[in-house]
Design a protein around this ligand. Structure first.
Ligand SMILES: CC(C)(COP(=O)(O)OP(=O)(O)OC[C@H]1O[C@@H](n2cnc3c(N)ncnc32)[C@H](O)[C@@H]1OP(=O)(O)O)[C@@H](O)C(=O)NCCC(=O)NCCS
Length: 146
């Protein structure tokens, strides 16, 4: 989609997202978590907008040796249009510019769209954390070497 604009998430973006997190983004995060991430100097959040309306967001957290993708989510009605790819591409770029060599994440083993997205960008499966989510679903650890 060529009319998608990416920018850093601002407090006013957060205020727009917060009340529609669970309904429009089926996010697994509370707005309290997102707010504290936004205020965390080790984190960096971006939003994707079409005509100034937020259609997705994503974030990273900078650790000592690597960068973690904390979240990447596209508004339900806008999926499968390339917006997740644009967000991920930007996170990869940000990580490279910070001179880190690894971008890593955990994904629910049952989350096929997300797994496919990461595989498409060259992430490798590094292992499994058993029953990581709600003590039920396994997490797959995936890393992209930059
Ligand atoms: C995962 C997610 C961000 C993908 O966003 P998106 O905008 O739909 O992704 P894109 O349109 O850029 O698709 C890129 C690739 O992802 C994969 N993909 C996306 N949706 C898919 C689906 N429903 N089934 C299988 N693969 C899928 C495909 O490989 C696709 O490439 P292709 O179009 O060449 O087939 C989106 O599904 C989402 O918001 N999910 C809910 C939140 C979530 O689970 N986030 C991940 C947390 S780790």
């Amino acid at each position: 989609m060529d009319n998608v604009k990416l920018s850093d998430m601002t407090t006013s973006d957060f205020e727009v997202i917060s009340p529609i997190l669970s309904s429009n983004f089926d996010d697994f995060w509370s707005s309290e978590n997102l707010k504290s991430e936004l205020n965390n100097p080790a984190s960096h959040y971006i939003v994707a907008k079409i005509n100034n309306v937020i259609v997705g967001f994503a974030g990273i957290w900078k650790s000592v040796d690597d960068v973690h993708i904390t979240n990447i989510v596209v508004k339900k009605d806008f999926r499968k249009k390339g917006i997740g790819s644009l967000l991920l591409q930007k996170l990869i770029e940000l990580t490279k510019n910070l001179n880190y060599k690894e971008l890593t994440l955990e994904v629910n083993a049952l989350n096929e769209p997300a797994k496919q997205l990461y595989l498409k960008f060259g992430f490798k499966n590094l292992g499994i954390r058993k029953k990581y989510y709600n003590n039920t679903d396994d997490a797959i650890i995936m890393t992209l070497y930059l």
